[in-house]
Design a protein around this ligand. Structure first.
Ligand code: FAD
Ligand code: NAI
Length: 460
């Protein structure tokens, strides 16, 4: 065993770890980045990027199927899932290679190996023992599995992302973000999808108004949603999986060619040796940190999914920047007031800041405006009439505090409002900003105008 020393040891090369590594190296630190599996973590290899590559193919196929009133006629369009998966892998490889190139370019030492804490100061990797002035834990999360008979007949999102044969039917246990994104992907490819959700509605993390509206689109795509349903067993019969569940005290079944289990993700701290340290942690809530991303042990930070604060790639990366700045002697805290979240169903759902429900709960006096996509030329051209956006401001400070967007390009639109909320801008600041025409971004301007009754299309 060799003893190795570094300024900063980062465990985990996902969007938390690799972004921190490059940033710290650019700031002059000697950085060692360790990953047991791959550069890019869950997000690049089996998460954000691969799923969105499939979303692109799914939406394109639906556009092709409905292209006739654009004057485009195609005979017998069909799907080759194998080619779609290969294309997804190409995108993933390009990104992973790009990140590996940057790590090398900025002098980060990348070690392939499993890291384990021996105590608060030492970490073993392969045959070496590392000591570092600072350590960042960025080990991410892993799929949560339910405990019922036949659970091994279900697959997780990582396996489904590599599936090259379209099933006729797909059952999805869990109507959260992963479940609903896959439901829309597979249903868009023509698969009959059934979602079995334990709670009274799918996407429990977003406003009811949005999940209810999404149901209309789910139905059009032949997605069946079963709420208040708890799975009790899965059996294999004649090549089909039979999923047994209870709903309102009744025993029911759904049969499908494939079953996806997507009931959440838990912090990845398996065999990390945290029990050999004083770092506060538990298997459900992960590693505890303060607003500086510092654990209770000096010089040991944690970021990303392993902290289980918000399981999103951009949050992991941002927490990483905060941790590195603190390591460099700044006093920087993580602020969660303007974190955008996007669900890539069709239509897309994007949110940032406070919702109306949050304002009511926190007794914040707020004003809200709702702007329909029908008010926007570009949205009509894109056939996205069903969309709308809501913009909220604090009545007393006049600052913008939240937005929810349901519709095409919501993922891009939300960035403008995120910037406005982060920088404490008011509706008036957006009114004074010129937005290009014709773009869906004009909806943001329209909503800001609407908050002062100047808009021409708002509904409030
Ligand atoms: P990870 O990306 O999980 O990386 C952790 C790394 O640590 C892994 O590479 C792992 O091998 C390594 N590791 C673990 N333990 C050790 C150890 N002891 N020693 C060495 N290495 C170790 N988020 C979004 O923002 N947008 C999306 O569209 C989105 N889509 C998703 C789709 C799916 C199907 C899934 C599963 C997730 C999605 N996410 C999305 C969530 C996103 O992937 C995570 O929030 C993000 O990857 C967390 O980054 P991280 O750096 O904390 O951890
Ligand atoms: P999730 O927490 O979003 O959803 C899990 C769902 O499973 C919930 O609706 C829950 O009620 C349901 N559930 C739990 N136990 C169940 C049971 N026994 N039977 C039936 N349903 C049950 O978790 P998910 O979808 O696994 O995703 C994990 C995380 O990954 C997300 O919370 C999100 O942070 C991240 N992610 C982000 C994406 C994005 O930003 N677009 C895309 C995909 C994942």
């Amino acid at each position: 065993m060799d003893n190795k020393k570094t300024d900063l040891l980062i465990i985990g090369a996902g969007p938390g770890g690799y972004v921190s590594a490059i940033y710290a190296a650019k700031k002059g630190l000697n950085v060692t980045l360790v990953d047991a599996k791959w550069v890019g973590g869950t997000c690049l290899n089996v998460g954000c990027i691969p799923t969105k590559a499939l979303v692109k193919s799914a939406e394109l196929y639906q556009e092709i199927l409905h292209s006739e009133h654009n004057g485009i006629f195609l005979e017998n369009p069909s799907i080759n899932l194998g080619i779609i998966i290969d294309k997804k892998d190409e995108v993933k490889e390009k990104l992973v290679t790009g990140v590996a190139f940057l790590l090398e370019k900025y002098g980060v030492t990348v070690i392939h190996g499993f890291a384990k804490f021996l105590n608060d100061k030492e970490v073993s990797v392969n045959d070496d023992i590392y000591t570092a002035k600072n350590i960042i834990i960025a080990t991410g999360s892993k799929t949560k599995h339910l405990n019922f008979p036949g659970n091994d007949l279900a697959i997780d999102s990582e396996v489904l992302l590599n599936n090259k044969e379209l099933p006729k039917t797909l059952a999805i246990i869990g109507g959260g973000v992963i479940g609903m994104e896959f439901a829309f992907i597979y249903a868009s490819f023509g698969v009959a999808v059934t979602v079995i959700e334990f709670l009274p509605r799918v996407l429990p993390g977003v406003d009811k108004e949005f999940s209810s509206r999404l149901m209309r689109f789910a139905k059009q795509l032949n997605i069946t949603i079963l709420n208040n349903a708890g799975v009790t067993e899965i059996k294999e019969e004649n090549g089909l999986k039979t999923v047994m569940f209870t709903q309102k005290d009744k025993e029911k079944v759904v049969q499908a060619d494939m079953v996806l289990e997507a009931v959440g993700r838990v912090p990845m701290i398996d065999n990390l040796g945290l029990e050999n340290t004083k770092i506060l942690h538990d298997f459900r809530s992960g590693v505890s940190v303060d607003s500086h991303m510092l654990t209770n042990v000096a010089n040991i930070y944690a970021i990303g999914d392993v902290t289980n604060i918000i399981q999103l790639a951009h949050v992991a990366s941002h927490q990483g920047l905060v941790a590195v700045d603190n390591i460099l002697g700044k006093d920087r805290e993580m602020n969660y007031d303007a974190i955008p979240a996007v669900i890539f169903t069709t239509p897309t759902i994007a949110t940032v800041g406070k919702t109306e429900a949050m304002c009511k709960e926190e007794e914040i006096d707020y004003e809200v405006v709702k702007v329909p996509y029908t008010a926007n030329g570009k949205a009509l051209i894109m056939e996205a009439e069903a969309g709308y956006m809501k913009l909220l401001r604090d009545t007393s400070s006049k600052k913008l505090i939240g937005a929810m967007i349901f519709g095409k390009d919501a993922d891009n639109l939300i960035a403008t409002v995120t910037l406005a909320i982060t920088k404490g801008l008011s509706a008036e600041d957006l009114q004074e900003t010129v937005f290009a025409h014709p773009t869906v971004q004009e909806l943001v301007h329209e909503a800001a105008m609407g908050l002062d009754q100047f808009g021409i299309h708002f509904l409030n």
